[in-house]
Write a protein of this length. Sequence first.
Length: 623
Amino acid sequence: MQAELIDIRNHLQQHAPFDELPDEALDRVAGSIEIAYFQGGEKILELGQKNTDLHYIRSGAAELYRRSGELYNRLGEGEIFGQIGLLMGRQVRFPATALEDTLIYLIPYPVFQDLFDNHDVFADFVEVEDKSRLRQAVTRSDQVNDSMTAKVSRLISRQPVTAPSTVRLQEAARIMTENRVSSLLLVEGSGDDEGNLVGIITDRDLRTRAVADALPSETPVADIMSPDLITIRPDALVFEAMLQMLHNNVHHLPVIEKGKPRGVVALSDIVKYESQNSLYVVSNIHRQPDVKGLKAISQEVRNSFIRMVNEDANSHMIGSAMAGIGRSFTQRLLELGEEKLGPPPVPYCFLALGSMARDEQLIVTDQDNAMVLDDSFDPAEHDAYFLALAKFVSDGLAECGYAYCTGDIMATNPKWRQPLKVWKDYFTDWIDNPKAEALLNSNIFFDLDGVYGEERYAEALKELIAEKAQNSQRFLAMLARNALNRTPPLGFFRQFVMEEDGKQQKTFNLKRRGTAPVSDLIRVHALACGSRAQNSFDRLRDIGKTRLLPEDGVGNLRDAMEFIAIVRIRHQALAMEDGREPDNNVRPEDLSPFERSHLKDAFQVVSQAQKFLRYRYNAQIPR
């Protein structure tokens, strides 16, 4: 293949939908391409003209327009246009103009038609546009499996330890001891000439069949091995392995692939694997007798997070599980605190705020909490106890990996440790007399949930907020204005906008510039419709029952939030698997072409939603 064709092929292969085509299809596309150059401002396609090619932007940028002349889309390198016309009578439906000097690869209609007819991944991609394509991407990345869909191969952590079936008892015991294994696979031969598996011997066999019967050390191990093996394939499910062990009363399953041993799954491996289940982690938290025990579980939390990511759980499942774990740490610390300090002098409710309250917590998080005290609270008589309890919990959470809040939104701050009547006054003032700076600092309190104690106090605050917020247009406008302070990292030419200061240059923050702007604007609409839900997906469900958003607005926001969140989640999981500390700062080059393309779609949805938010609540940002 000529160097020019190799260059074309390599560029196509970096971008959807060409990144999923087989090699022979890519070669055919590259060989068919003609190249066209357009100067900035030059028309590429005009409405109604006959279109004979799929257009692929090699460099530069193009704008697509509706029939009315309204801007429809802005595309950059690696993106395609003209497909709608090719699918509908081969007439241009969206005229296109070069935004700057632009190089276009023209893929002829017969090649386009062949790809469409014979490659489902290509057809699925070009049949939908923008937000619909994002929904398809979310569906593709959201194939949820429960914990029992993991493969047995995931449990294999080492090469199998084998020996020839002619080995003697003493030698077999030595091999098992040196390799620290509880079973030995017996084969016809060993080393490079390793043959098929013929039996297994376990430490239990050595005890019950050899030592108990006082067999000589030179006895061939074949005399006591189990020849009728119960085995399993590496692509079988962990659930199947558990059933095999239960039904056959065995504790070791040789893993066989094409007649050769790949490893052994022991009952202890499954127990260890299941210990990474988030429900197991929660149960383990509540069994710990002290802070030291809770701190030791922090690695289990990370293992549970990684496991859910690897099993393709969606962001709602992962966020809920991590928030549930965070709540459990908080609850157990409060129990331990009360054991240490004695029973509370008056009833109270411990509040979770922010991502924990929304069930959207991930690994990289700090603690945001508060206390609602009974109205009989007397500061002089009671506050020393609640300060000590708040400090015990806050310090314990820090020990368990939940960093102190840099903004001091914690129950250790006396301002956020108040009677119910004071909290009601706080929210009434924030809503009835909204001030931009005050709301900016108190925004997090509109995501709240009771996690311990008199949770009816938290419900009373939610009810107050739901009743008052929807009737205060000034409050909603101010809250909407604050929600516009954080914008998605997408530039004018649909290119990612990088951080320009600090240590994180050439990255963008997927929390600050991604999930946070989405949850911020969803919160405004939720309060406007009187929703008492805290989770963003639940809030969208309530919003969908109203006419607050344009048609399909709820679905687009849900898909955008899911995709941004899952990319952020996978970024953190990969960091931990690589032995690095997880964060929210992503480099575009570390993303797959699929992720880059659909993140741009998601960010564009968020950007449009912010424009509507400004319009809907008259939330103009002062200059």
